[in-house]
Structures are given as structure tokens and as C-alpha cells.
Ligand binder design. Structure first.
Ligand SMILES: C[S@@+](CC[C@H](N)C(=O)[O-])C[C@H]1O[C@@H](n2cnc3c(N)ncnc32)[C@H](O)[C@@H]1O
Length: 264
């Protein structure tokens, strides 16, 4: 494990802590060997051995930055600074970083998890949750053990649509580049809302349908059926947060992506 005390703290946040936690792979594995086959083409790609090797350096910057409208849209560093800001965290190197408890849902190889940890202080905790063993192996390999002033980081293998944490466990929840992969995105948003403390903050970066036309909706539906990838309209995610009682909802729209945040 990257940090034994972080793992112990995460175990303390679980609804049903396992009697004998499996941390043999360097992350806390709550799914075990009995996982269902990959539910969609998109998720099968996420579970391949190859993608985690190129994800952070190639796939993420090229794919996401283009979808965000590069060179006008935010690059990865700008996106990370904005994320910490919207979540009420600090910025790297600043004094007085908060002792926040943060959950990174569908953390992949830990690229966003590490960026979140840079905005959290020594007594803080950042948990990265993902279902893919190959992504989590990469996350563990790429995350250095915390220094004396750093937040603890712990990776968990679990289901984002059925979060394993107690209610009101986290000050901030982040879900980037994954809501469109979930078989039931709105149940996932219910879970993210549930695990947030009152006043806690949520941020979601997901797909965006650039045209509100009926043909674009039909095209999106065909893509979803063929690949499992959901394309969200401009009002769908903001409405989902409003329906769940979030306040201060804000949204940035990019050509093919949107970022939505709010406070519980
Ligand atoms: C594109 S990566 C996103 C990584 C990172 N959050 C980012 O923004 O770059 C999507 C991740 O979602 C994970 N994922 C998809 N469905 C999931 C589920 N139901 N539970 C947990 N993780 C899931 C995949 O395994 C994959 O690692």
C-alpha cells in the first residue's frame, strides 16, 4: 500500500469493512476475483493491459484536451487547478492546505487522484476508487509514498455505481472522465451525493453533446448502444445535481465535454 495509515482510514469509512482486507496488489480490493465480465466495449478498453501504459501521457492529454477545445480550452494543468478550486482545496506548495477527505471516483491510473492530493494537507486523505485492476496497478506504481507534509493516498477496487462508503464520509468528491462509462450514471450520482458530507462539494467532468438537435440525440443513443459510451446533453448533469439538492451549481461547456460542480 502507498500508505498504511491511509488504508486504515479508508477501511474506517466503509459500510461493510472486510474481515480480512485484501491489499496484496497494493490497493484495497473490495471486488475480489468474482467480477462480472466487462459490461461494454468502452469499459473493456479500460480494463486492458495496454491503455494504462499510455493513458496519462498520451490518451488523456490528447483525447481530453481536444474534446475540451484545445488550444482554447483548458489544458491538464489548468483543469487540475480549477478542480482543486471548485472543490475548496488548496493549490500545490501553498501553506495551510486543508485536512480534507476526498474521493476520486473512477480514478483510472491515479492522475487526478495525485492532483487532488496536492491540494490537501498532511491530515487529509484522498481515496481513488476504480474497478480496473490494470488501471489501479498503474496508479499504485505511479504514486509516491506521501512525504511528511502530504495527504495520505489510498486506492480501492470497487464499483462506482455502488460506492462502498458510509454516508457523509467525504468533504469533496470528484468524478472525471467516467460518468459516460457507467451503466447507470444517475445511480452513481446518487451514491456520490450520499457519501458527501453536508456542505461537501462535487465536481464531474463528462461528455457533452454539442448540438441540442433530435438527430444528435439519436446519434448519441446509437453510440451508447454500440459502445456503452453515453453522451450527455447540456442540462442533464446540472439538472441531476439540482434534483439532488445541490446548490451553487456551475458548469463550463467545452465542444465535447462539460464540467459541472455544486455543493451539497
Ligand atoms: C477514462 S478513465 C478516467 C481516469 C481519470 N478519472 C481521468 O479523468 O483521467 C475511466 C475509468 O473509469 C473506470 N470505471 C468505469 N466504470 C466503472 C465502475 N462501474 N466502477 C469503477 N470504475 C469504473 C474505468 O476502469 C477507468 O479506469
Amino acid at each position: 500500500m502507498r500508505s498504511a495509515s491511509a488504508a486504515e482510514r479508508v477501511l474506517g469509512l466503509l459500510k461493510e469493512p472486510p474481515g480480512e482486507p485484501d491489499v496484496t496488489a497494493g490497493y484495497l480490493d473490495l471486488l475480489g476475483p468474482s467480477t462480472q465480465p466487462s459490461p461494454s466495449l468502452a469499459q473493456s478498453v479500460m480494463e486492458s493491459a495496454f491503455l494504462p501504459q499510455i493513458y496519462e501521457r498520451v490518451w488523456r492529454p490528447v483525447g481530453f484536451n481536444l474534446a475540451k477545445g484545445w488550444p482554447i480550452g483548458p489544458d491538464t494543468a489548468t483543469e487540475q487547478a480549477m478542480t482543486r478550486d471548485w472543490l475548496g482545496l488548496s493549490q500545490p506548495g501553498r501553506a495551510g492546505r486543508p485536512a480534507a477527505t476526498v474521493l476520486d471516483v473512477a480514478c483510472g491510473p491515479g492522475n487526478v487522484t495525485r492532483a487532488l492530493a496536492e491540494g490537501v494537507g498532511r491530515d487529509g486523505l484522498v481515496a481513488g476508487l476504480d474497478a480496473s485492476r490494470t488501471m489501479l496497478a498503474r496508479a499504485v506504481a505511479d504514486t509516491a509514498a506521501p512525504g511528511p507534509g502530504d495527504a495520505g493516498v489510498c486506492y480501492v477496487r470497487g464499483d462506482a455505481v455502488d460506492l462502498p462508503f458510509e454516508d457523509a464520509s467525504f468533504d469533496a468528491v470528484c468524478c472525471f472522465g467516467a460518468l459516460y462509462l457507467f451503466d447507470d450514471p444517475w445511480t452513481a450520482v446518487d451514491g456520490m451525493t450520499r457519501v458527501l458530507k453536508p456542505g461537501g462539494r462535487l465536481i464531474i467532468l463528462t461528455s457533452r453533446r454539442p448540438l441540442p438537435l433530435r438527430t444528435a440525440r439519436l446519434g448519441g443513443e446509437l453510440v451508447r448502444r454500440a459502445t456503452g459510451y453515453t453522451v450527455f446533453g447540456d442540462r442533464e448533469v446540472t439538472r441531476a445535481l439540482a434534483d439532488r439538492g445541490f446548490t451553487g451549481i456551475r458548469q463550463h461547456r467545452y465542444p465535447l465535454m462539460q464540467v459541472v460542480g455544486g455543493r451539497r
